[in-house]
Each structure stands twice: as structure tokens, then as C-alpha cells.
Write a protein that binds this ligand. Structure first.
Ligand SMILES: Cc1cc2nc3c(=O)[nH]c(=O)nc-3n(C[C@H](O)[C@H](O)[C@H](O)COP(=O)(O)OP(=O)(O)OC[C@H]3O[C@@H](n4cnc5c(N)ncnc54)[C@H](O)[C@@H]3O)c2cc1C
Length: 411
């Protein structure tokens, strides 16, 4: 396998670098980098981080670098998956990020482009891509996470069909709902058919009366995600995406983009941060610390290799090789646990501090955040199940409720 750039790829990389050099600063690897401020407990700094994320997204859009694989017709660059991967590799070296808006954008955009009506695309896709409007994903519920198709939020036709739908239910884990203008919502429109068949996919204006967003404060003291209660929320008929009862199919497009996004990102250039901490506390000559540093470096090399394998599968649309995503997810979360715990250990007594620790609690935040990474985008266990069934050919899990009407399944 040749990982070197072809002539075309080399040209794409040079173009990306030229744009980034002109519009962004290289990362310094410490607290001066605003792109790290997503990991802060200071509300003012968090607000500044969100402002800069949106500003960066607008810069990307206005210069033709947003939505690299999205069609030009909808504001994208009309490029290839390889170009997107190359841009991501280059951008990781700079102090920029779309941050809190990036995830929902990567999920919602391709879903609306594939399944939305012309009017929906016209109304929503460009403001989404430019960062003018922020979105969230209203899928998971208290009883439907790994088994998402078990969801119980109900959408019932309003008295006058032209009025659309009335939605009642509870969502949970909804990232950035407290900052969102719109949400993509899965709700059950027919409980009397098997669980995958009675679900529909809607666009919801988060300012609609009856929506109550309650932030969930995590151990770090910040709220990344929320509970969202929906109480007789009126959703206009034109906000149905795809056909009635076809929401699972639409959601699969969203979830496919989620695994690509989660599996592909976030692991670049972490070793220098750990090494800088070891140097700062004067421990690089400690034999056990050197062992651990070599492990961090080795893990990073393995992650990069797995990432390349996955990116190659995505670039060539080899969906049969997407299993590398499950492998990468587990390797990534294990490596994350190891390096963040090591960094906090290296800080010694200072590691028990938070904002007063050097770096404003960067490692403390990362260390606690490892648990979110291990659950979000499919838990480690679910990805290992995936590997055991699809890579190892072990018997499939027992599933007794696939053909039963959802209303008759055990809750
Ligand atoms: C940081 C973060 C952000 C998120 N953002 C969003 C968002 O914006 N929108 C949204 O809709 N959702 C979001 N989620 C929810 C996420 O998709 C779910 O948490 C995830 O799918 C797991 O579901 P659950 O929490 O209900 O756990 P459960 O499915 O209840 O699982 C509980 C435990 O059982 C294990 N388990 C479950 N099924 C199996 C199985 N078949 N085999 C073996 N073990 C199993 C799991 O691994 C886990 O340890 C987010 C989650 C996190 C952590």
C-alpha cells in the first residue's frame, strides 16, 4: 500500500496549506490555542470558543473550503473524500476548529442533501454549512441508545393534517441542544408495525413552544449534552424528511456519516502535548515514564495507521472495510485513556488541581472526558460486537423483537 500523495493529491495538499497559512495560525500546543478552549470550565472562554468556531466555519464557507464533498449547488466544494481527508490532516496542525458545530453539520448536511425536499435543501443547507444556524441531533432516548430503533417519542397527526404533527417524548444526550436553532428528530409515527418501520424523521425548530432543554452537568462541570423534553410540540407537515414511516432509512444516512466522522477524527498530534508535560515536570529521564511515553507514541502510530486504512476505505467507497471504524474506535479510546491518565499522573500533586493546574485543567478535562468518548458514537462494547459478528464471523446476537409490532415488544 502506498501512503504517499499522488500528483493530484499533492496539489490538493498544497492548495489546502496555502489557504490555511493565509487564514490561520499554527498550533502552539498550549493554552494560548483557542481551538483547545472547548475543554474549559470558564463560561466566558467557552462563549468565546463558540464564537470563534462559528467565525472559522464562515471563513471556510466564504473561501470555498466548507463541505468539501458536498455539491457546489449547496455551497460545498464539490470535491472528493480524499481531498476532505487531506484537508483534515493539514487543518489539524493549525489553531482552528469548527468545534461544537462540526459534528451536527457533518450529520445533518449529507442527510438533508440525500433525503430532503428541494424546499428543505433551499432553506436549510447553506446556513447550516456557513455556521449561521446551529443544529443538534434528537435521536437517543433513555430507553433507546445502542438500540436506537426502540425509540418511544411519539408524533401524532394534528387535528388538521395541514397543521402537521404533535410530538411528545424525551430525548437525552443531545449535544449542544442548548445552543441549537434546529434539531433533527426521530419519532414514532406508527407503533403497531415492527420497530424499524414506524419511525419518521423530522426537522424541528428548537424555539417551538413545548421544547424544554435541560443541560446535564458532567463531572468536568460543563454541559456538553442535554435532556430535551418535548411536550405537545407542533411540527409543521413540511418538516417531514423523506416519506412517512421511512425515518429509519433516513437515519441510517445520518448514522453512517456519524461513524465516518467519529472514526476519522481527533487523534492527530497528541504525543507532543504529553511530552511537553513530561518535560515541564522534569521526568523524561525516569525509566518508567520513558516506557509510558514510548507507549503513547506507539499508540499514536497505530492509530494513524488504522486511520489511514479507514480513510482509504472511505475514499474508495469500500463500505465492506468500514469495520476499521470499530477497530479504530476501540484503539482510540484505549489510547486516550492511557495518555490522559499518564499526563495527570505526571503532574503529581498538581494533577489534583483543576483551573490552577498548568494549562488551566486541560489534562484534567481530557481525563474525565475519556468516558464520553468511550460511549458516544456507539459504545466500545457495541463496536466490539460489530467486530465479533462481522470480522470474526461469530454467531449474531439473539434478536427476538424484529418482527413484532413495536407496541407489543417488552419495554
Ligand atoms: C459525548 C456524547 C455525545 C452524544 N451526543 C448525542 C447527540 O447529540 N444526539 C443523540 O441522539 N445521542 C447522542 N449521544 C448518545 C449516544 O449515541 C449513546 O449514548 C450511545 O449510543 C449508547 O447508548 P446509551 O447511552 O443509551 O447506552 P445503552 O445502550 O443503554 O448501553 C448501556 C451499556 O450496555 C452496553 N450494551 C448495550 N447494548 C449492548 C449489546 N448489544 N452488547 C453488548 N453491550 C451492550 C453498552 O455498551 C453500555 O455499556 C451522545 C453520547 C455521548 C457520550
Amino acid at each position: 500500500m502506498d501512503f504517499e500523495d499522488s500528483a493530484v493529491e499533492g496539489k490538493a495538499r498544497a492548495e489546502a496549506r496555502a489557504f490555511l497559512d493565509q487564514h490561520a495560525e499554527l498550533k502552539r500546543g498550549d493554552d494560548r490555542d483557542w481551538s483547545r478552549w472547548g475543554a474549559t470550565t470558564d463560561p466566558e472562554r467557552a462563549a468565546e470558543y463558540r464564537r470563534r468556531c462559528r467565525e472559522w466555519q464562515t471563513t471556510l464557507y466564504d473561501n470555498g473550503w466548507a463541505g468539501i464533498t458536498w455539491p457546489k449547488e449547496w455551497g460545498g466544494r464539490g470535491g472528493t473524500r480524499t481531498e476532505q481527508i487531506i484537508f483534515g490532516q493539514e487543518a489539524a496542525r493549525y489553531d482552528v476548529t469548527p468545534g461544537f458545530i462540526g459534528a451536527a453539520q457533518a450529520l445533518v448536511g449529507p442527510t438533508l442533501i440525500k433525503w430532503g425536499s428541494e424546499a428543505q435543501k433551499e432553506r436549510y443547507v447553506r446556513p447550516l454549512l456557513r455556521g449561521d444556524e446551529v443544529w443538534c441531533q434528537l435521536f437517543s432516548e433513555p430507553g433507546a441508545g445502542s438500540d436506537l430503533s426502540n425509540l418511544a417519542a411519539r408524533a401524532v397527526a394534528a387535528d388538521h393534517p395541514a397543521d402537521g404533527w404533535v410530538v411528545d417524548g424525551q430525548k437525552v444526550w443531545t449535544s449542544s441542544a442548548q445552543h441549537a436553532d434546529f434539531g433533527i428528530l426521530l419519532a414514532r409515527t406508527d407503533p403497531d408495525v415492527p420497530k424499524h418501520h414506524g419511525i419518521s424523521f423530522f426537522i424541528v425548530d428548537m424555539a417551538t413552544p413545548g421544547i424544554d432543554v435541560r443541560p446535564l452537568i458532567q463531572a468536568q462541570g460543563v454541559a456538553h449534552f442535554n435532556e430535551v423534553f418535548l411536550d405537545s410540540v407542533l411540527v409543521p407537515a413540511e418538516n417531514l424528511v423523506g416519506e412517512l414511516g421511512n425515518g429509519w432509512k433516513v437515519a441510517r444516512t445520518t448514522l453512517g456519516n456519524e461513524s465516518q466522522m467519529i472514526s476519522g477524527g481527533g487523534q492527530a498530534n497528541t504525543f507532543p502535548n504529553v511530552l511537553a508535560t513530561a518535560r515541564r515536570v522534569g521526568r523524561t529521564d525516569d525509566p518508567t515514564v520513558r516506557q509510558e511515553l514510548a507507549r503513547v507514541w506507539g499508540n499514536e502510530a497505530i492509530l494513524k495507521y488504522l486511520q489511514l486504512r479507514l480513510q482509504s476505505a472511505i475514499a474508495h467507497e469500500r463500505w465492506d472495510q468500514m469495520l476499521h471504524g470499530s477497530l479504530l474506535k476501540n484503539a482510540f479510546t484505549r489510547a486516550l485513556s492511557h495518555r490522559t491518565t499518564l499526563a495527570v499522573d505526571l503532574e503529581g500533586a498538581e494533577g489534583m488541581l483543576w483551573d490552577d493546574a498548568e494549562g488551566g485543567g486541560f489534562w484534567q478535562y481530557q481525563c474525565l472526558n475519556q468516558f464520553a468518548a468511550r460511549i458516544g458514537g456507539g459504545t466500545e462494547e457495541v463496536h466490539r460486537n460489530n467486530l465479533s459478528e462481522q470480522a470474526l464471523g461469530l454467531p449474531r446476537e439473539q434478536r427476538s423483537d424484529l418482527d413484532l409490532p413495536w407496541s407489543q415488544t417488552k419495554k
